[in-house]
Design a protein around this ligand. Structure first.
Ligand code: MCN
Length: 777
């Protein structure tokens, strides 16, 4: 409230505020014209190239690695194996958080030690004068390995006769966790009039950013400093992890993330590529570039999702939800990274969705398999949770023969804040309004009253999914620095790789500071520019970074007021500040612009007792989570002959509190929905039983093309979050959370006349046609 009052006193009036306006994204011109610099664009005359020799098999003991032929090839500077790492001072292991684990798994070695555990794991690294020589030499490295049986499925991995990845985890279970109350839930399920059961697969996805991962590392022997340009969502996070892997103080490492061509979660993690490039640059004294190939990215970049879940929902005859019981086996791959191992709080704690479910119990097992490490992919636990809740509610409506919208409405949470049975405290919302507006926009009743089949014999269906998303979290820093000519540089520890922070942070700071947005530059992505940052993931940047830069801008404005009071020789409380101009009408006709004040701040105009300079740094800590919510409605036509699904309407209603830039918000929703449709209909990482990744290229892994994505109609309600001054909630992942169950619910509704209850994602022509065939048509 204080912040709002200050803005009203000094800032633009509501009509002139930039916050809330869909101003054009300032970053697009460079991105669209090829002017942006990506990591792989960095060129230097002495730049060497690093290529990995990757394991061809998924599970094997390494017997020998013969590097002699490769080392003697023209242009080869070095060939490294684990022995070289072990002989050095470098730990050489990517750190993982072992918090809450039942076992003590080793982190991922930069180069395999004595065993490989997934296909594509780096075994050796070749550094040569260019990538062609490096690639030829990598082919000449001779690896002899004794293959052992592999296991790729998380349920099979827990069987007594399954191959074991780590001695320390004989049943391959890395961690177990429980949320909610088992006894109350068991009792309520036993007591409910109906129990709806589903066995659900949340398909494994491979994050597909247009730009693969890449790093350019250089060691400055004079300064004894390492600089790594990196495709990073979290420059300070990567600095910390490189520090651990290389045993180098953070002060000796600079991480720079230039333009990054999409992240979707997997560029927040530490991979062997950047660590190996840094190791080689330090060892050889030349700059080293590593760029993943598309298949290298697919084989060995962190994957996402991959849950197998048995779930039951207890419902009474009148549609009252009584209890939810969930048992989930989460595949974490061979070297689960960080949050995937500790079983994300973002999963179990979101299982209540928008509903007042009095009893919930969730048990999760994180399981090692011979597959690529799993980490977070856009949504990271929340799409998995929402899929469980919304598929069950959809199935319950069908069993009780109720309108799915009515069943939802009857159970929606209406009081805020509210703590759910799985311990999440929802800050604010109006779930019923969101549902109503989405249904209105879609014409729900008309869609529901369509015949079972259209003129072409296609089955017609309509589905919906409500969702709640936990957004934000942790600390973020924001620096606002006014220069002596009145221009301003804003820096934050977040990193925009498509989200448009340069535009939205400038909108926020322009309003707070009362200066023209054109005078404000936004810089992210350099760990040297600011002391610490957390990064961009979990739809956290607007809440944390946005509020951090807003708070810093306010502090700068207050100091500017004090400086202006000194210049105008008037009491600070008598000052007016409008459109970047300070005046004190009761005392003088003179005025001072923000630029005048900034100039004075660096020299002659600073009163006694005040420090020179005009800048502020805020470390914003978000104590309470802000919960975004919404309802998506989908209408489909399903061809029983081919299994083809046509999405005829897609209506997305989302509420992310105050919107800094509604156009960017819509873009984020559309991008997320496209990826959610990708999960629901096309994408699936497929491993053969021996651990071979069969979808290791874009020919085999089906990322939706633009023509696969329907027109997405966007709607919004605005429920400001009381958790932060800007009243914002995150929006970056909403679409990926809502779309999969909305699409599957619609397809299951279409196929209901055939008695089909459920089809697992992805709903390809093949899988839908098989379900139709099994149903006897
Ligand atoms: N925004 C707004 N008003 C709000 C909330 C957000 O105007 N109430 C704006 C923001 O200011 C920002 C954008 O929407 O410009 C997204 O903000 P936010 O929801 O805070 O999310 P983050 O910036 O933290 O982005 C992270 C999120 C995640 S977790 C993934 S994964 C993701 C995503 O964003 N990856 C993306 N969107 C992506 N978009 C692109 N193009 N590329 C990716 O890799």
């Amino acid at each position: 409230d204080d912040a709002r009052a200050d803005r009203a006193r000094d800032g633009p009036g509501d009509a002139e505020r930039l916050v809330g306006q869909g101003v054009d994204r300032r970053e697009d011109a460079a991105l669209l014209t090829g002017d942006a610099t990506y990591t792989d664009d960095i060129a230097r005359p002495d730049l060497a190239s690093l290529t990995f020799v990757r394991s061809e098999v998924a599970h094997a003991d390494i017997e020998s690695i013969d590097t002699t032929a490769a080392e003697s090839m023209a242009g080869v500077l070095a060939v490294y194996t684990w022995d070289d790492v072990a002989d050095s001072e470098v730990p050489g292991v990517l750190p993982i958080s072992t918090h809450g684990l039942d076992c003590d798994p080793p982190g991922h070695p930069v180069l395999a030690r004595d065993r490989v555990r997934y296909q594509g794991q780096p075994v050796a690294a070749v550094v040569a004068e260019d990538r062609y020589r490096a690639s030829d030499a990598a082919d000449a490295v001779d690896v002899t390995a004794d293959s052992c049986p592999a296991v790729v499925d998380q349920r099979e991995a827990q069987r007594p006769d399954a191959p074991t990845l780590y001695e320390d985890a004989p049943d391959n279970v890395a961690a177990t966790s429980e949320l909610g109350d088992r006894e109350t839930t068991d009792d309520a399920i036993a007591d409910a009039d109906h129990v709806v059961e589903l066995d659900l697969t949340n398909n494994r996805l491979i994050p597909t950013a247009l730009e693969p991962r890449a790093a350019v590392a250089r060691w400055d022997a004079g300064d004894e400093r390492l600089t790594v340009d990196l495709t990073s969502q979290s420059p300070h996070g990567h600095r910390g992890k490189l520090s651990t892997t290389l045993d180098l103080p953070e002060s000796d490492i600079r991480v720079v993330a230039p333009s990054v061509g999409g992240g979707f979660g997997h560029k927040g993690h530490h991979h062997p590529g950047e660590a190996a490039a840094a190791f080689a640059a330090m060892d050889l004294g030349v700059p080293v570039k590593w760029t993943a190939t598309r298949s290298g990215n697919y084989l060995a970049g962190a994957h996402g999702r991959d849950h197998r879940t048995a779930a039951e929902l207890g419902v009474d005859d009148d549609g009252t939800l009584r209890a939810l019981r969930v048992e989930t086996d989460a595949n974490v791959g061979a070297y689960g990274l960080g949050s995937s191992l500790g079983m994300p709080g973002w999963y179990g704690s979101l299982l209540s969705g928008q509903y007042d479910i009095p009893a919930i119990h969730c048990e999760t097992r994180a399981v090692f398999t011979n597959t690529a490490p799993i980490h977070s992919y856009r949504g990271a636990g929340r799409p998995e949770a929402n899929y469980v809740a919304e598929r069950l509610v959809g199935a319950a409506a069908r069993e009780l023969d109720l309108d799915p919208a009515e069943l939802r409405r009857g159970n929606q949470i209406t009081e805020f804040p509210t703590e759910t049975a799985v311990g999440a405290t929802y800050d604010s919302g109006d779930y019923e309004l969101g549902l109503d507006e989405a249904l209105d926009a879609a014409g729900w009743d008309d869609l529901r009253s369509r015949p079972d089949r259209d003129d072409e014999g296609r089955y017609l269906g309509v589905g919906l999914a409500c969702y709640v998303e936990s957004t934000g979290g942790g600390m973020e820093s924001g620096v606002v620095r006014a220069h002596s000519d009145g221009t301003v540089t804003v820096s934050a520890g977040t990193h925009s790789h498509g989200q448009g922070h340069a535009t939205t942070y400038a909108q926020i700071v322009a309003d707070e500071l009362g200066v023209d947005a054109d005078a404000i530059g936004v810089r992210e992505g350099d760990s040297d520019a600011i002391p610490q940052g957390t990064g961009t993931f979990g739809s956290r940047s607007t809440i944390t970074g946005g509020n951090a830069v807003a708070e810093s801008a306010r502090a700068v404005r207050e100091k500017a007021r004090a400086l202006a009071a000194n210049l105008l020789d008037a009491p600070v409380d008598d000052l007016a500040y409008r459109d970047g101009v300070f005046s004190a009408p009761a005392h003088t006709d003179e005025t001072r612009t923000f630029a005048d004040v900034a100039e004075a701040a660096y020299g002659w105009g600073v009163p006694d007792g005040m420090d020179p300079g005009l800048e502020a740094t805020t470390f914003f800590e978000q104590d309470e989570t802000a919960y975004t919510f919404g309802t998506h409605v989908v209408a489909v036509a399903v061809d029983p002959e081919t299994g083809a699904v046509d999405i005829e309407r897609y209506v997305a209603l989302d509420d992310c509190g105050e919107r800094i830039n509604p156009t960017i918000v819509e873009g984020q929703v559309r991008g997320g929905v496209a990826q959610g449709i990708g999960q629901a209909r096309y994408e699936q990482a497929v491993y053969a039983d021996d651990g071979t990744l069969e979808t290791d290229s874009m020919l085999d892994y089906a990322v939706p093309r633009s023509f696969h994505v329907p027109d997405i109609e966007t709607e919004a309600t605005v429920t400001p979050s009381p958790t932060n001054d800007l009243g914002v909630k995150g929006i970056g992942e909403a679409g990926t959370i809502a779309a999969p169950p909305a699409v599957v619910n619609a397809v299951c509704d279409a196929l209901a006349p055939l008695g089909i209850d459920h089809v697992d994602m992805p709903l390809t022509g093949d899988s839908v046609r098989s379900a139709v065939r099994d149903a006897g048509e």
